[in-house]
Design a protein around this ligand. Structure first.
Ligand SMILES: CC(C)(COP(=O)(O)OP(=O)(O)OC[C@H]1O[C@@H](n2cnc3c(N)ncnc32)[C@H](O)[C@@H]1OP(=O)(O)O)[C@@H](O)C(=O)NCCC(=O)NCCS
Length: 231
């Protein structure tokens, strides 16, 4: 770090001399950013968060209070890591070797969590490396992720399983009303289609003025015979 940093650092934050932090970022109290970590622009690192050595992060990421991002995690642009979430890096952890000598860095091979663009990790979720959280996927609070999450999947539970699909806005997608296997975001009108290469969804089109509207969401409070006024 040379010259005046173009990012904000709160008192008590511990940032390695060797870390790189993009302009417009903020690092809050007691956060630790280890040597060789590289953060993009406009990132926010919350109080007490840990960013391991060599971790890379794109622009606009948010790591909430007390989240633990162990190396060699890689975060693309716009990734959200909720409070107290943990990214592990040792699949079969041991403090010592069989002869009770302390394990050194050479005695184990770190594995990392990869988060693709726009992915969100809920509060206190655990991502067990090696695992990839696909683009714009969402991990529920408290989930334990043990296998790859496809793009746009919403996963929850222990172990995490897919509950639904979500769009870029974070809203759950609804089936398209045209009978195809497409999905539509009720908030933005964006269309998504299955992507065989990832097992997830892919953005197909942004809203068009004459695009068919999404199927209405089921409303358990509305009886079937009260669908509203007719012409
Ligand atoms: C996963 C999440 C997005 C689902 O929201 P939702 O669609 O409004 O959820 P619903 O209340 O409709 O629940 C749908 C089902 O998922 C279950 N569910 C919801 N959240 C869950 C969670 N975190 N873990 C396990 N199951 C969950 C519900 O019990 C329900 O199951 P059921 O159909 O068997 O009754 C939300 O619960 C969540 O965890 N958001 C992340 C919050 C967070 O960590 N924010 C970080 C910043 S503080």
């Amino acid at each position: 770090m040379n010259g005046t940093p173009a990012y904000r650092v709160a008192p008590g934050a511990d940032i390695s001399e060797d870390a790189t932090i993009g302009d417009g970022s903020s690092v809050w109290h007691l956060a630790q950013i280890r040597e060789g970590a590289r953060l993009g622009e406009n990132c926010v690192i919350g109080r007490g968060a840990y960013i391991g050595s060599g971790v890379t992060m794109g622009d606009g990421c948010k790591v909430q209070n007390h989240a633990l991002v162990y190396e060699p995690a890689q975060l693309a642009d716009g990734v959200f890591v909720g409070p107290a979430a943990v990214f592990t890096n040792d699949h079969f952890p041991r403090a010592v070797n069989p002869d009770l000598t302390p394990k050194s860095a050479a005695d184990w091979e770190p594995v990392g969590v990869t988060c693709e663009t726009g992915a969100s990790i809920g509060a206190r979720a655990v991502c067990v490396a090696p695992v990839t959280i696909g683009a714009w996927a969402m991990v529920a609070a408290g989930a334990t992720v043990v296998k790859d999450v496809p793009p746009h999947a919403l996963v929850a539970g222990v172990p995490a399983r897919r509950l639904a699909w979500v769009g870029r806005s974070g809203q759950k997608l609804v089936p398209a009303s045209d009978g195809t296997d497409a999905w539509v975001c009720p908030a933005t009108g964006e269309w998504y289609v299955p992507d065989d290469s990832t097992g997830g969804l892919l953005l197909a089109s942004s809203p068009l003025a004459d695009a068919p509207r999404p199927a209405p969401l089921d409303d358990p409070d509305t009886p079937d015979d009260q669908d509203g006024p007719t012409a």
